[in-house]
Design a protein around this ligand. Sequence first.
Ligand code: NAD
Length: 315
Amino acid sequence: MTRLITGGTGFVGSELANRLVEQGDKVVLFDISPNINAVKKIKDKITIIRGDLSNWSEVFNVVKEHNIKSIFHLGAMLSIPADVNPWAAYRVNADGTLNILEAARLFDVEKVIFTSTTAVYAGYALPINESTIQKPESMYGITKLFSENLGRFYFKKFGLDFRVIRYPTVIGLGARTKHMSQYMSWMIENSLSNNPFDVWVNEDTRNPCLYYKDAVLALLMIHDAPSQNIKTRVYNLAGISLTAKEFVDEVKKHIPSAKIAFKPDPEIVKLMGKGFGFIDDTCAKKEWGWRMRYDMKSMLEDIKSESESKINYKS
Ligand SMILES: NC(=O)c1ccc[n+]([C@@H]2O[C@H](COP(=O)([O-])OP(=O)(O)OC[C@H]3O[C@@H](n4cnc5c(N)ncnc54)[C@H](O)[C@@H]3O)[C@@H](O)[C@H]2O)c1
């Protein structure tokens, strides 16, 4: 069975590629700017195609040529790049998803798994569940919500098995794209290297997060869940909910030498709004057995041991 990962050499995509290869799948990575270093351990076992999601012929070609059976659609422009160039973000995130769904429909792909984001809730600071109103204000959130709804349409109209996970902030070493909540990973990474770090949001900004190993586990679980279990189709994941100040305190507990200060950036504060309320992920738990394995403590311990063994410094 050949799996396609769009954005396959990115932070989450490269870890997913490792796990799929480990379980014996054939894997094709599609990325506009392949970071070979991120997948160096498996480079002889995968196919990497340089291509642009917004170019439909490149997308159709990779799906047809490689007889793809499922697609993990992770390729995207994240919050800050999308804010800097909203027009490009529209083409990549919105048109790119249409191209993926059309390719899936035309070339008999069995499943499309899409990574959306809590940003579709636009800084909604009250408790959030799948029925909470979505009024994103960023191009990132708008294009992700559009993609979710487009996929629902493809399911209803054409029966395409489309499944979505809405991630909170994904944390780990080796993330390179700056996005609005990337301060969480970079604060840890800099503290481990003994560098000072300025947090660009306010102390009371609440933002949930999830360890990257759990983020990949969720993709594998939702992919493998039997179709009859997938009722909600678009699922929130709760992650670990902390304010920026609480997060910093936890990091300092584990890395006492950390030199972290708050220096809010007005542009990013505007993007984050009031932060995000507690997220309910009962539907993912009930329908496909979701359980997060890493809490804050075990996540930080794992990151420390990865850092000592230099695992996941990808570039
Ligand atoms: N990292 C997070 O905190 C987070 C949170 C919520 C949702 N997500 C979603 O998870 C997915 C993976 O995120 P990530 O952290 O791995 O991001 P990333 O930036 O590390 O990876 C995205 C990859 O997409 C590729 N890409 C960008 N434009 C492309 C195009 N036009 N054509 C082909 N490839 C293109 C990039 O080169 C990159 O390798 C994204 O869809 C993102 O929106 C991530």
